[in-house]
Ligand binder design. Structure first.
Ligand SMILES: Nc1ncnc2c1ncn2[C@@H]1O[C@H](COP(=O)(O)OP(=O)(O)OP(=O)(O)O)[C@@H](O)[C@H]1O
Length: 579
């Protein structure tokens, strides 16, 4: 801007003096410098982009580390299940997937810094070449609009946090309805029309809400600020007109100052490449800080003996639940009340009971995802709270109902059971063999190296029962890696009758000597366990072997008879049909 204005200023004298004049030389120098400045600007632009990318990458990598550390900072999951913490975490994760991450905000600040540098330079130029009063008028005019934009962007990104519920409903209807699972259901239930109408209704409601926030944050304050900016700019330019017309300022200087005034007023524009990115990035950061504050406030469970936590040893003799009382946070009734159970090491225990009896809760307590409100869980006489929680969790190999399905190779899916065995192909193959998963895994295109997800080239998906066996293989590997309690929540739920029979025949024999807890509604699965307990009303209602409980003729015997009768009816119907 300076060099091009200087060049324009020299044009008149150069034209009058001719090619040999001093003015001609000055014109050439000014034009050469203007061209040089243009080239430097072109070279610096990619350097600035690269620097911005590095800043973004470094900041986001650090934020991801913080998110992971926060998520796994507590051994328990109660904090993360609190609705406001879950919601903040979901928003933080969604924010990290958008273009406006905290890293992008940091990089965008660099662009903003360049804009402010230009602004200060323009003001200095107006002050030095024309008047400091003119610089103040242009500066105030530009800054008023700038502050209004920034406040608007901040108010918008803060207010939008309160629309989470509406946003979720809108996106559920518009996005998730396009998922394969809901696509199947909406076809068979004829839901497509209803979903489209509800999606439109929710979408319009959501956008009306956004419009309300936008007009409150931008339109009204903007009208006032634009007036101040117009007045400031007009004063500066009108003031410039007097000396320009009166001959007090050369043409070049007038052009230069006029461009500087317009440049200074430009700071009031909305910078799409930085303003929103900074606001959204900071909102994402606020969500992360909210989760961090919640996890930091969750007090770590003090060791029962008041001493520092000790390493968790393998279970040698028994695990005992001693008069345990547990209610979920916010629940008015306990799931377990006065629950007592002695589980001998090296034996298998099956837990049965109606839906909601507390079977899975029992497992979560054993894993120390929650702590009982009273009573204790002990291992060989020592309170589990005396153990390092993370180490104790490594002693437990669990297959939950919602086990992980990693979109990675079959070998990794099994290997994740024990970090130190993940690369041990023989150990992984052995674990697959033990749960009868080796056959179908070896049959895949790339065997154990096949990616278990259709979303990747050459990847494949497994059936529910096959996935379940992969999860069981993972738990088996965990046992090989040092876990001493094997827990399975509904391990055969997705298996067909033949696979279940095969599993039961082999599994309890293969795991003999390992302390095993099986939760199941399938009596064929539980009947071969060394011991069976029936959970009812938060306590153990019946306790014994299959034969003992059948002899007792109580709840277990009734449930068993009911399930066997249903199988007998089904088998009879099959025979009648000639099958
Ligand atoms: N995270 C949770 N927060 C609050 N309540 C919960 C939570 N998880 C389970 N519950 C409640 O605790 C009770 C016991 O649930 P649990 O999952 O332990 O039962 P279950 O015996 O395993 O049932 P099912 O046979 O259906 O799997 C239920 O009333 C359930 O609604």
């Amino acid at each position: 801007m300076v060099f091009s204005s200087a060049a324009v200023g020299h044009v008149g004298a150069a034209a009058a003096g001719g090619t040999g004049s001093a003015a001609w030389g000055q014109l050439q120098t000014a034009m050469g410098l203007a061209a040089g400045a243009l080239v430097v600007g072109q070279v610096l632009a990619p350097v600035q982009r690269m620097l911005a990318w590095v800043i973004q990458y470094r900041v986001d990598a650090d934020i991801y580390r913080r998110l992971m550390a926060t998520n796994y900072s507590a051994p328990g999951i109660a904090v993360m299940e609190r609705p406001e913490v879950r919601s903040a975490l979901d928003e933080a994760v969604a924010g990290m997937r958008r273009f406006a991450t905290p890293g992008a905000a940091a990089a965008a600040s660099l662009t903003l810094l360049a804009r402010y540098t230009g602004f200060v330079g323009a003001l200095a130029l107006i002050g030095v070449r024309f008047s400091w009063l003119g610089a103040a008028a242009a500066g105030i005019g530009g800054l008023v609009l700038r502050v209004t934009h920034r406040r608007g962007a901040n108010a918008y990104s803060t207010a939008i946090v309160d629309t989470i519920a509406q946003r979720r409903r809108h996106f559920f209807l518009s996005d998730q309805c396009l998922s394969p699972a809901i696509g199947k259901e909406s076809r068979v239930f004829g839901l497509a029309g209803w979903l489209a109408d509800r999606g439109e209704e929710e979408g319009l409601g959501y956008f009306r809400m956004l419009w309300g926030i936008r007009s409150g944050a931008f339109i009204r304050p903007f009208v006032l600020a634009a007036t101040v900016t117009t007045v400031g700019g007009a004063l500066a330019l009108a003031g410039l007109a007097w000396p320009a017309v009166g001959g007090g300022l050369s043409v070049g200087s007038t052009m230069l100052v006029a461009q500087a005034v317009i440049g200074a007023l430009g700071i009031g524009a909305s910078f799409d490449e930085s303003d929103y990115i900074i606001s959204y990035g900071l909102t994402c950061l606020r969500h992360i800080e909210q989760v961090e504050a919640a996890t930091a406030a969750a007090q770590p469970v003090p060791a029962a003996d008041g001493l520092p936590a000790v390493p968790a040893p393998p279970v040698a003799e028994s695990i005992r639940f001693e008069d345990v009382v547990f209610a979920y946070p916010g629940a008015d009734r306990p799931v377990l009340s006065g629950f007592t159970l002695d589980l001998r090491a090296g034996t298998s225990l099956a837990v049965v009971g109606v839906n909601g009896a507390g079977k899975t809760t029992l497992i979560k307590l054993l894993c120390r995802f929650y702590e009982p409100q009273s009573g204790r869980i002990s291992v060989d006489g020592a309170d589990v709270r005396d153990f390092d929680a993370a180490q104790w969790q490594r002693r437990v190999a669990a297959v939950f109902q919602d086990f992980g399905r990693y979109p990675l190779s079959a070998a990794d899916n099994i290997g994740f059971g024990a970090a130190e065995l993940v690369a041990d192909r023989a150990a992984v193959a052995r674990a697959a063999e033990r749960v009868a998963a080796a056959g179908f895994l070896e049959g895949l295109d790339r065997g154990l190296d096949t990616t278990l997800s259709r979303k990747y080239q050459g990847g494949t998906d497994l059936s529910g029962g096959q996935w379940q066996r992969v999860a069981l293989a993972r738990a088996m590997l965990a046992v090989d890696g040092g876990a001493s309690v094997l827990i399975m929540d509904e391990p055969t739920a997705s298996m067909d009758v033949r696979a279940e029979a095969e599993f039961i025949d082999n599994f309890l024999d293969l795991t003999r000597g390992t302390t095993t807890v099986v939760v199941s509604h399938r009596f064929a699965t539980v009947r071969r366990a060394d011991r069976i307990v029936v959970l009812d009303g938060g306590r153990i209602a019946e306790d014994g072997t299959h034969a003992e409980l059948m002899e007792l003729d109580g709840q277990y015997a009734r449930m068993f008879a009911l399930q066997s009768a249903r199988f007998a009816v089904a088998a009879g119907a099959g025979t009648e049909n000639g099958s």
